[in-house]
Design a protein around this ligand. Sequence first.
Ligand code: GDP
Length: 363
Amino acid sequence: MNKEKDKRQSALKVQDGIDQPSSINPSLSKGLDKFKKSKTDVNELVNGILKGDRSSLSRAITIIESSLSSDKIIAREIIQSCLPHSGKSIRIGVTGVPGVGKSTFIESFGNMLIKEGKKVAVLAIDPSSKRTKGSILGDKTRMESLSVNDKAFIRPSASAGTLGGVARKTRETITLCEAAGFDIILVETVGVGQSEVAVAQIVDFFLLLMLAGSGDELQGIKRGIMEMADMIMINKADGDNINKANLAKREFENALHLFPALKNQWIPKVTTASALMKNGIDNVWKTIAEYVELTKSNGHFDLKRSQQSGDILRDTLESSLMDDFYNTPGLKEKLDKINDKISKGLLNPYDAAEELLNIYRKS
Ligand code: GDP
């Protein structure tokens, strides 16, 4: 009986012998200390953002972009405080190959919106950019007048990190810009590829800029990207180019007809414009306003946003789980051995996967 009791006691007893660190992650506790000290700074920063103060906004974005774990804690607090004040803007993705006229368009379009009384923020997703300032402001001549307008806020892409990381920071930056009262957020992607998919996950409306050209208009642009576009704007429709642009418009309209109808009932539009001459830019805004009106009235505007959040949750979980899995101690070595066995036909890949998962589950 006594023995039984001892056993029970021992089952509840914490084993001696291993000194526990005061915190599992020392940098986390350092961050918390720093955070407590800077609690007033965070409040000040958030108040500044809510008043629309651009330097507070810039400082907060720098904290979001920082990879220091102490900054990550502060960033989370800032985002949390801004979230209830966010969500009211229209988020527009602008994409197209380099040279198509994205920055010229954003300059014309942004200035037009500001004349209509809007506040415009311009962000960029460009994970490929090696330039420290990102590409959007790398060239000082880009968006010259917009960059000095106090109703505009231009922020270069967070230069470091994976596409997922940059997209996340951009989404968080959108939250802060909205809390600061910006009602139109333009997210520019540079180049044509993976980053468009990331942008589509964080914007309400996707605008694709194209050029009328050599007769093979569809070249160089992936079908998937065209399929994501809510509007195609054929830029540089000026001078000798007008006829070609009109021809391209018809071709794109035909190409878009082949895509399946959208659930939100929107029919993607094609237009010609000249960002440089500021012709047709108002038409782009009119179309976006129509899109917003339609999707808000049929519920798809909010539905899309909540689906985007769900997608991001899933993607984040999946990538974190994959990271955890591959970081399991000893897994890499085991994987090499298993690959070898599989290639020699000594093990089937399904059993191998289960074996590796068991190592992860037990870790
Ligand atoms: P981005 O690389 O897509 O941002 O392209 P930019 O805005 O830097 O434009 C590339 C070049 O095309 C610049 O020399 C612009 O002046 C020119 N450009 C942009 N839009 C137009 C337009 O509507 N018409 C003409 N003719 N040139 C344009």
